[in-house]
Design a protein around this ligand. Structure first.
Ligand SMILES: C[S@@+](CC[C@H](N)C(=O)[O-])C[C@H]1O[C@@H](n2cnc3c(N)ncnc32)[C@H](O)[C@@H]1O
Length: 538
């Protein structure tokens, strides 16, 4: 019997009923890795509480938006955004927000704000009512009291009354919000917005996802992460799949199901999960072509090493809080202590296993804060070669693209006009000794401007099709490339790079890319490894 399908407004996908997951979303045609499957407008979208006053509540752009003068709790970057928001939801929402006591208005939890819009705008209500909420299962959980309190508050602010039936219905809608709202993480990977789109809400979760969503210019862009054949189920990840199993389970618990994907079932470590990816071949045109040979690494082939990695990761997830690495002023001593804690992982070269990548990122930031850009670049190169490609095997993954931009920015800080200053700068409490001079020597031998230029060109190539003009990282790359054109005396380099750009997959281009980009970044990465071992393992 053919699967029963429910119509979808997008020809590229269809909703099917699914025996073990409720409903599921499937592609109706095939897609190559990186292809855009569809783009959609969210039914509802809000900046999260901590981003409320720094993002426009209509276009969600980062800016210095001004508060609505009536409610003082929605923010807009300009009059056009304010007018559009007023017509769509804010006319109703504003009145409701004015009922919130002034001292609590800026603190209204995001789910309550989302529920307010559901209660006030009929189209939003119809869309949300069609979704799964797991109300019965949530009702017996300790958090149910909070759900009821939030529902009651929203009903009261919306002017709907707080009788039992009204609050019960609103509590059910809040459950639907909690089950179907996606967090959108911005370019810096902080959770900036929460949104719901009813068709995309049909996508189920896998820790080995075959699709991903990006949020570009107010649109939700759904991209294939691996090859999809017509009829395949689209599976995205609801959480950070690179976290260890207990943390993933904890994050997914709020969606009321247990993930039975291969990664969870066999508790695959990061390298084992990487080797299960169908995207490895795509890395031949990336900074780390060796990722395609992941299955030959001792971490995979040697059971004892592989188990050691899995055990160390599980133990460290209790010892090392990776969120502490995001704290601004992290101390050298703390970084050294954490690096010590990770020594079992580093000893077997498991740089991609958590929390080593987060720790390296914190070390790189530490160097940036000390204006030691050379050290930061060496560590960032190590991350780009040894961590991120194993964590996110698709080279077009936004985290990998962001990393190319980061590398390019650090390269521009260490380019010849500043390299001399770098050599003279005192690297704070770090000696770096011989490694620092090796890094300086590498800088003298690397054509940094060409590496920089080619990294930025790669960023532009990796933008989702049709979104190059609005994809922030691509715009950033275009601006920097235009600036680079002003640099005199690079005619020969420019003609070689142009030849590479015209046909990057030719044999000649592959060799040139290896020489101008891959080899220099690998050289810096191995100096990064030397630097981190020298400075942080004592
Ligand atoms: C965003 S909705 C996805 C669409 C949902 N299947 C439906 O029928 O409405 C999230 C819910 O889907 C189900 N789900 C998602 N991923 C799943 C998975 N891997 N295994 C089982 N159920 C899953 C869970 O019930 C979860 O709360």
């Amino acid at each position: 019997m053919p699967p029963s399908t429910i119509p979808s407004p997008f020809p590229s996908v269809e909703v099917r009923s699914n025996p073990s997951k409720g409903r599921s979303l499937h592609v109706t045609t095939s897609f190559a890795p990186g292809d855009v499957i569809l783009n959609a407008q969210p039914l509802i979208c809000l900046p999260t509480l901590s981003h409320l006053s720094s993002r426009c509540s209509y276009c969600f752009e980062l800016s210095s938006p001004r508060a609505c003068t009536r409610c003082r709790s929605a923010y807009y970057c300009n009059a056009a955004c304010q007018r559009s928001a007023w017509q769509s939801v804010h006319k109703l929402e504003c009145k409701a927000l004015q009922r919130v006591p002034a001292e609590r208005r800026g603190q209204l939890p995001t789910p309550v704000r989302l529920l307010l819009q559901v209660l006030l705008v009929e189209d939003i209500q119809v869309g949300v009512d069609s979704l799964e909420g797991h109300v019965a299962a949530r009702r017996v959980r300790p958090e149910w009291k909070d759900v009821e309190l939030m529902a009651m508050a929203a009903c009261s602010y919306a002017g709907k009354g707080v009788d039992e039936a009204t609050v019960r219905k609103a509590a059910g809608q809040l459950c639907k919000i909690q089950t179907n709202a996606f967090n959108w993480t911005d370019e810096d990977f902080t959770e900036a917005c929460v949104f719901i789109q009813p068709t995309l809400a049909m996508m189920n979760h896998s820790c080995l996802p075959n699709a991903m969503i990006q949020f570009i210019d107010g649109r939700i862009v759904l991209r294939a992460e691996s090859k999809l054949e017509a009829g395949d189920e689209i599976e995205i990840s609801y959480t950070d799949v690179t976290m260890p199993l207990p943390k993933r389970r904890h994050a997914i618990d709020s969606y009321m199901f247990k993930c039975r994907c291969l990664r969870c079932r066999d508790n695959l470590n990061i390298y084992q999960a990487c080797s299960a990816s169908s995207n490895l071949g795509l890395n031949s045109f990336s900074l780390s072509p060796e990722v395609s040979k992941v299955s030959q690494l001792p971490i995979i082939t040697n059971l004892a090493i592989s188990e050691r990695v899995t055990t160390a990761v599980d133990e460290l997830s209790d010892v090392v809080r990776s969120d502490e690495f995001n704290e601004g002023d992290i101390k050298l001593l703390t970084l050294r202590e954490r690096f010590q804690a990770c020594r079992d992982l580093v000893a077997v070269g498991a740089w991609a296993a958590p929390p080593v990548p987060q720790l390296l990122a914190a070390i790189s930031n530490y160097f940036v804060n000390k204006e030691n850009y050379a050290g930061a670049l060496a560590i960032q190169s190590l991350i780009a070669i040894e961590c991120t490609p194993y964590r996110y095997p698709a080279p077009f993954h936004p985290i990998r693209v962001k990393e190319l931009v980061h590398l390019a920015s650090l390269l521009s800080n260490t380019a010849p006009h500043t390299a001399g200053q770098m050599a003279q700068s005192s690297p704070s409490q770090l000696t770096g000794g011989g490694v620092n001079s090796k890094i300086q020597e590498a800088f003298r031998e690397i054509d940094q401007a060409s590496t920089y230029q080619m990294l930025l060109m790669l960023v532009k190539r990796l933008a989702p099709a049709g979104f190059g003009a609005s994809f922030k990282l691509s715009l950033f790359a275009s601006e920097r490339l235009n600036e680079l054109k002003q640099l005199p005396g690079r005619e020969k380099e420019l003609s070689l790079i142009e030849r590479w750009g015209a046909d990057p997959h030719s044999e000649w281009s592959k060799g040139f890319f290896q020489y101008a980009v891959v080899d220099p970044i690998h050289r810096l990465a191995s100096l990064g490894e030397e630097l981190v071992n020298l400075e942080f393992s004592r």
